[in-house]
Write a new protein. Structure first.
Length: 220
C-alpha cells in the first residue's frame, strides 16, 4: 500500500479516524516532508557549488545548475508552506482531542452529580432547613427559660430593700454620733509608761555616804 493510500485511503469508505489517528498521520507526513526538505537543501547547496565552480570556465553548466537550484527553491518553499499548514492542522486536532477528553470527564462528572442528587428533592431540602431553623428557635427559648431564675428573689420589691438599707445606714450614723458625745467630759488617758520618782538630793547624798563607809570597812 502506497503512502498516499495509507494517508488518504484508496477510495473506499472508511470509518472516521479518531483525533489521535489523525494526529499520528499528520506527524508521519511532517516527518516525510522534513526529510524531503533536508534533501532539497543539500541539492541546492550542491547546485550552488557547481555554479560557482563553472562560472568562468563553463557558463552553460553554471546556468543549468542555477536553473535546477531555482526549481529546488520553489519545491522547498512549497514544502515549507505545506509543513506550516500541517502543523496548524495538527495543533487544531490536538486541541480538539484535549477538548474531547475534557468533555468526556465533564460528562462523567455531570452524571455522577446527577446520581448524587437523584434521591434529593429541592422542596424536601427547603422543608428540612425550615425544620432545622424552627428547632433552633425552640432550643434558644428553652435555654432562655432555663437561665431565668424562678423563685429566687423575684417576689421582693427593690424599693423596700433600698428603704431598709437607708434605715441601717441611719442607725449606724446615730450610733457613731452617740459615741462621740459621751466621751467629751472624760479625762484623757495617759499613753506614756509611769516612771519611778527620783530620790531627793539629801537622801541621795546620805545613800552615797553610807556606800563610802561600807567600802572603807571592807577595805580595812
Amino acid at each position: 500500500m502506497s503512502l498516499l493510500k495509507k494517508l488518504f485511503g484508496d477510495g473506499k469508505k472508511e470509518k472516521t479516524p479518531t483525533p489521535q489517528e489523525g494526529i499520528q498521520r499528520l506527524r508521519e507526513v511532517e516527518e516525510m516532508l522534513m526529510k524531503k526538505s533536508d534533501f532539497l537543501e543539500k541539492k541546492i547547496d550542491a547546485e550552488i557549488a557547481t555554479a560557482k565552480k563553472n562560472g568562468t570556465r563553463n557558463k552553460r553548466v553554471a546556468i543549468q545548475a542555477l536553473k535546477r537550484k531555482k526549481r529546488y527553491d520553489k519545491q522547498l518553499q512549497q514544502i515549507d508552506g505545506t509543513l506550516s499548514t500541517i502543523e496548524f492542522q495538527r495543533e487544531a486536532l490536538e486541541n480538539a482531542s484535549t477538548n474531547t477528553e475534557v468533555l468526556k470527564v465533564m460528562g462523567v462528572a455531570a452524571r455522577a452529580l446527577k446520581g448524587a442528587h437523584n434521591n434529593l428533592d429541592v422542596d424536601q431540602v427547603h422543608d428540612l432547613m425550615d425544620d432545622v431553623a424552627e428547632q433552633q428557635e425552640v432550643a434558644n427559648e428553652i435555654s432562655e427559660a432555663i437561665s431565668n431564675p424562678v423563685g429566687f428573689g423575684q417576689d421582693m420589691d427593690e424599693d423596700d430593700l433600698l428603704a431598709e438599707l437607708e434605715e441601717l445606714e441611719q442607725e449606724d450614723l446615730d450610733r457613731q454620733l452617740l459615741d462621740v458625745g459621751g466621751t467629751e467630759d472624760l479625762p484623757s488617758v495617759p499613753t506614756a509608761e509611769p516612771t519611778e520618782p527620783r530620790p531627793a538630793p539629801k537622801a541621795r547624798a546620805k545613800e552615797e555616804d553610807d556606800d563610802m563607809r561600807e567600802l572603807e570597812m571592807w577595805a580595812s
